[in-house]
Design a protein around this ligand. Structure first.
Ligand SMILES: NC(=O)c1ccc[n+]([C@@H]2O[C@H](COP(=O)([O-])OP(=O)(O)OC[C@H]3O[C@@H](n4cnc5c(N)ncnc54)[C@H](OP(=O)(O)O)[C@@H]3O)[C@@H](O)[C@H]2O)c1
Length: 252
């Protein structure tokens, strides 16, 4: 069994480790022994736990799961040249990771929150020699898509990385809409969950424009509701959301 070394023991590390634990030996490096213990408990298997301070990364396969602002600090605490670093850090360039951590190779990856249920869509870019390995590794938490440049992974971050939060806003807002019209909260929630579940399957098969045309009869209820969304500039707000998030990713 190959060993994967997680540096960082937060939410994303745990989600990915859950997907990998049956296929890889898991080692976790963190700065707080109590949090490492808790990570092991949450994962439900025995893992190798190490403190960050003084950790030797020589020839390790690292999954870097700290925050973008922690890169310099982490680099001061670990030694040795990793075989490869797979980084999940938003907006953190290959060059920055190379300069600070000096590994033999770097692959940037961008999973999303659905990693925790094995349904992430994870984008990848970086050292081509590790493309297959990256696809296999991140394939354990869902689908993967290799992109040709770091600009593209920053755009992908703004769509699929942040996307669960955008869709959560839509889900909550539509639920509130039904409550406003008099439907019970728990019934509205059940409807919203069913809607997203069915829609998740439909959108795999049908282009969004055709899906909309299929449900919108002339002068009907969907047309009335849909025009309210257009009046509210929802389309333009979505396009602006991706633009703002992309810009932010390039500033991290
Ligand atoms: N959450 C998402 O949906 C998502 C999606 C895609 C990518 N990402 C990326 O995943 C990364 C981790 O996010 P997360 O949601 O897992 O965050 P998180 O739960 O807050 O975990 C952050 C980890 O970084 C460690 N850390 C914080 N400050 C540190 C420092 N100064 N030195 C060393 N380690 C430090 C924390 O250690 P302690 O536990 O000791 O505080 C923790 O293990 C981020 O870079 C983010 O861009 C997240």
């Amino acid at each position: 069994m190959k060993t994967i070394t997680f540096v960082g023991n937060g939410n994303m590390a745990l989600s990915i480790a859950k997907g990998l634990k049956d296929k890889y030996k898991i080692e976790v490096v963190g700065r707080d022994p109590k949090k490492l213990e808790q990570f092991e408990k949450n994962l439900g298997i025995r893992i190798d736990k190490h403190l960050l301070n003084g950790f030797d990364a020589e020839e390790k396969t690292i999954l870097l799961c700290v925050k973008p602002a922690n890169v310099e600090e982490v680099s001061l605490k670990i030694s040795g040249r990793a075989r490869v670093i797979f980084s999940v850090l938003a907006g953190t360039s290959v060059e920055k990771l190379r300069t600070n951590l000096n590994p033999h190779a770097v692959v940037r990856t961008m999973p999303n929150l659905a990693a925790s249920v094995g349904k992430s869509i994870t984008t990848l870019t970086g050292d081509e020699a590790f493309k297959n390995e990256a696809e296999e590794l991140l394939g354990a938490i869902g689908k993967t898509l290799w992109l040709g440049s770091e600009k593209e992974i920053d755009i992908a971050t703004a769509l699929a990385g942040s996307g669960p939060a955008y869709l959560a806003l839509i889900a909550e807002a539509f639920t509130d809409g039904a409550v406003k019209q008099g439907l019970k909260r728990e019934d509205s929630m059940a409807l919203m969950r069913g809607l997203f579940d069915g829609f998740g399957s439909l959108i795999q098969e049908i282009h969004p424009a055709l899906l909309k045309d299929g449900v919108m009869s002339p002068g009907g209820t969907t047309a009335a509701g849909y025009s309210a969304l257009e009046d509210g500039n929802v389309r333009s707000a979505c396009i602006n959301a991706v633009e703002k998030a992309y810009k932010k990713a390039t500033e991290l």
